[in-house]
Design a protein around this ligand. Structure first.
Ligand code: IPM
Ligand code: MN
Length: 327
């Protein structure tokens, strides 16, 4: 039976790279029934719609969501990011943002488990006396024991299935409330995973290690905002953001998970056929993993790893990867 996938091409280069991702999924022989959604900055500019609750309800009946990129400079910051992307993550309880990084030709590779529903992203805060000289703005970080623990448990399970090493990244020396909760939870959960070796890095030090000695990492678990920043760095040091894929997972499978490249809508190169579709294609492979299509996902990853398939141009690269997946 075909997997039912909601597709949100979105803005800028989003639709271009998603088309290649779907092309490669088809080349891998996986049957997908596409349900198309016209959402993003351009849709908002047209009729003011961001993400209606009825659409989220409809999504609950799907097997997965595949998203290109959303956001455009004509729309004020936050409208689409909070109203669409974060609403998806929160409403569908996509509490793990999983981002893998490879360092070919070396065999270094690691995965970041970014907590995806809390922290500074939760939207806690507000203004006092806005627009006056006495203005106050606060933006709190929300950390629940439940939210922290489920992300950490996911990361321990993942580490166990890989090389058995998990690093907590935080800033416990300064964030002595949230950092303390993360550290205590990490240590308590570690007692259930005595076969997994653990480490701790402050986030600033982790930035140095990412560049200097990425081989020290297997799985990293971290807070939402630290994970956001670290995974852009991860992309930059491992072949570029054009290769960085991600999965927004609801591991409990109470609804569909969402798969998207780490990069944004890149309005500067939109419509020029210049975007690298590999990040979207690899996100498609992560989607197939989650749908139980492991062999197809593995074939896609192998095709993406072939340097000869990295060509100039979105469609040329998509075609080259699709051809290799066909065999
Ligand atoms: C990402 C993006 C988003 C985030 C933005 C667009 C809201 O940067 O997926 O990394 O900050 O999570
Ligand atoms: Mn980001």
């Amino acid at each position: 039976m075909a997997h039912r996938v909601g597709v949100i091409g979105g803005d800028g280069i989003g639709p271009e790279v998603i088309a290649e991702g779907l092309k490669v999924v088809a080349a891998a022989g996986v049957a997908i029934e596409i349900v198309d959604y016209d959402l993003g900055g351009y849709r908002y500019l047209r009729d003011g719609v961001v993400l209606p609750d009825e659409v989220v309800e409809e999504w609950r009946g799907l097997d997965a969501l595949f998203l290109g990129a959303v956001g455009t400079p004509e729309v004020p910051p936050g409208v689409i990011e909070r109203g669409l992307l974060l609403k998806m993550r929160f409403d569908l309880d996509l509490y793990v943002n999983l981002r893998p990084f490879l360092f070919p030709p070396s065999d270094v590779d690691f995965m970041v488990v970014r907590e995806n529903t809390e922290g500074t992203y939760a939207g806690e805060g507000g203004f006092l006396r806005k627009g006056t000289a006495d203005e106050v703005a606060t933006q709190g970080s929300v950390n629940t024991r439940m939210g922290v623990e489920r992300a950490i448990r996911f990361a321990f399970d993942l580490a166990r299935s890989r090389r058995g090493h998990l690093t907590l990244v935080h800033k416990t020396n300064v964030l002595t409330f949230s950092g303390d909760l993360w550290e205590r939870t990490f240590k308590e959960v570690a007692a259930d995973y005595t076969d997994v070796e653990t480490a701790y890095n402050h986030v600033d030090a982790a930035c140095i290690y990412f560049v200097d000695s990425p081989e020290r990492y297997d799985v990293i678990v971290t807070d939402n905002l630290f994970g956001d920043i670290l995974t852009d760095l991860g992309g930059a040091i491992s072949g570029g953001i054009g290769l960085a894929s991600s999965a927004n997972l609801n591991p409990a499978r109470t609804g569909p998970s969402m798969f998207e490249p780490v990069h944004g809508s890149a309005p500067d190169i939109a419509g020029k056929g210049l975007a690298n579709p590999t990040a979207a294609i690899l996100s498609g492979a992560m989607m197939l993993d989650f749908l139980g299509e492991d062999a197809a996902a593995e074939r896609i990853r192998a095709a993406c790893a072939d340097p000869a398939a990295q060509l100039d141009g979105t469609v040329a690269t998509g075609d080259a990867i699709a051809e290799r997946v066909h065999g």
